[in-house]
Every structure is written in C-alpha cells, then in structure tokens.
Design a protein around this ligand. Sequence first.
Ligand SMILES: Cc1cc2nc3c(=O)[nH]c(=O)nc-3n(C[C@H](O)[C@H](O)[C@H](O)COP(=O)(O)OP(=O)(O)OC[C@H]3O[C@@H](n4cnc5c(N)ncnc54)[C@H](O)[C@@H]3O)c2cc1C
Length: 305
Amino acid sequence: MSIEDALPRLRAELGGEVRAREAMARHTTYHVGGPAAIYAVLETVHDVVAALRILEEEEVEWAVVGKGSNLLVSDAGYQGAVLVLGREFKKHAIQDDTLRAGAASVLAHLVQEAFSLGLSGLEWAVGIPGTLGGALAMNAGTPEGWIGQIVDTATLFIPGLGLTLVHGRDVVWDYRRSGLAGRGIILETTLRVSEGEPARIRAEMERNLKKRKASQPMGLPCAGSVFVNPPGDSAGRLIEAAGLKGLRLGGACVSTVHANFIVNEGGATAADVVGLIRMVRMSVKDGCGVDLRPEIRFLGSFEEA
Ligand SMILES: Cc1cc2nc3c(=O)[nH]c(=O)nc-3n(C[C@H](O)[C@H](O)[C@H](O)COP(=O)(O)OP(=O)(O)OC[C@H]3O[C@@H](n4cnc5c(N)ncnc54)[C@H](O)[C@@H]3O)c2cc1C
C-alpha cells in the first residue's frame, strides 16, 4: 500500500489527469514549492469519490488545492496527493437571487459575471485571487465584506459521510477562519446576491480595486497577507513598527509597500519565505509581545527550514 500502488489505480479510475512528482511551484502564486508525489485533477463527482476511496485504501494522505494563492509548499514537496477540482466544478448559473457555482470557479470571474448581470454582493471580492472553494475554506474577505456573509449553502464531499449539504447559517465564519475548512472537499456553493444599480456596483468595485492597488505590492509573486491581524491592531503596522520592511532572506523580502506581504523577488525558495516568516514573528514578539498567527497555509514538511 503506497503512492506507487495508488498511482496506477488513480490513472485507471479517474477521468481527470493524474501526474507523478508534479512541481507545485507551477500551482502556487508564490511560484515556489517542490513536487507533489501525486497531482490529480478531479473532473467529476465520480472522480472525487473514487480518488478518496483509493487514497484511503492505499493509506496516502491528500490535500485539496485551489489556485494556491494562500499556500506555501515546502521545497521538499508533499509526500501525498494534491487534489484539484476540474471542469465540472467550474460551472455557474444564476437563479433569481442566487448564484450557484462550482468550487473551482475563479472568484474574480464570478465578481465580473455578477457585475455584468447587475448583481450586487461580491463587490468587496474584487482583486482577491483564488477559487471559490479556497475562498470558502479561508472565509476570504476584506474590511468591506467576506464570503461567509453571502453563503446560502455549500456542498461538500466528506470522507465517511459522502455528499453533504451544509447551510451557511450553520457554519462558524470567523475572521479568515471557516467552519468548512478541513472537513472535506467543498464542491459547490450557492451565494446570495441581489439586483443592484450597475453604476453603483462598478463604482464600489473601482473604489476597492484602487485601495488595493495603493496599498499592496503589485506584480510580484506572493500569497497575500502572511499573518492575520491581531485583535484591535494590524499585522502590517506591527511589522513596519519593528523596522522590518525590506528585510530579505534569499529571494524573499518583506514588501516595502505593505509589511504584511512577503514577496518573491526572484528565485526565492519556500525555506527563504518560511525563514523570513519566523524572523518577522520573533522580532514582533520580542519587540511588543504580540505573537502573530500566520494566515497562509503550509503544505509539506518545513522541519529543516
Ligand atoms: C495578491 C493577493 C491578494 C490577496 N488578497 C486577499 C484578500 O484581500 N482577502 C483574502 O481573504 N485573501 C486574500 N488573498 C489570499 C487568497 O487569495 C485567498 O485566501 C483565496 O481565497 C485562496 O483561494 P485558493 O483557491 O487560491 O486557495 P488555496 O491557496 O489553493 O488553498 C487555501 C486553503 O483552502 C483549502 N481549499 C482550497 N480549495 C478547497 C476546496 N475546494 N475544498 C476545501 N478546501 C479547499 C486548501 O486546502 C487550503 O487550506 C490574496 C492573495 C494574493 C496572492
């Protein structure tokens, strides 16, 4: 029972592509990360069911990944299966005041689609990269709004339970935390939207985008905010106050635009990024006693880093 046994079984049973030793640097916005032992695209619910059954039987651990825009993958890679949702989960449809969309839908596309149909509710999400599934798992948001506020239902595949419909009102949505995270694979969701005045929707989207462009580094690989804001304060302010803007380790650098972003200036490794995260965390803790909690998710082993 092993990865070597799981690979041919997955290839035989899944409709989607199954790759061995896939470089995760190709699938994260940091553009770093070693190989995933298995990288499987799940095109249908059948693929989801079959993949999880095979991986359980072969005792191979797995992780679901969206666009990798909140993810740091170890340089050593991941000794398990990275599962990615494919075509079947990129569809969406509008019915009355509901937007039903597959979890592999790109959030930015849904924001544009809602705008073009004169639907309000997603204006805050403009400029957030990633998939809808990733947004639900992270409770992605901004000070203007977050996804949990508009989730009507979510359909998950939960190992041992199967397809499960969860109502948004029954989920705990906290700042960058979601009760859906780690429960299984989010496959689809319905979002509450409402008819809106297109000019007002556009103005709000433009305002939010302008704010983002003025305050965040643009064009350099990163994974957004590295740390969550501690209660009543901002991680960026604390890091800047500690004098850490511009601090470098290898190819990674604390952004000079927004101190809560660590950017890949070129050739950074995951060890550089995680090393810088540790340096920032220690300096802020030593300086003002606040232990910053990472917002980004880690995949693989970081013990040697
Ligand atoms: C430039 C930049 C700006 C950003 N700005 C913001 C911002 O303003 N607000 C904000 O909240 N975030 C922001 N982010 C972070 C990131 O875009 C969001 O967290 C996004 O929602 C992650 O989606 P993803 O598909 O990339 O998820 P990934 O990074 O692939 O995964 C993140 C987590 O979600 C889980 N996950 C992904 N898909 C599923 C699924 N289908 N089922 C179950 N679990 C799943 C993964 O296992 C992982 O734990 C920013 C990132 C960048 C690079």
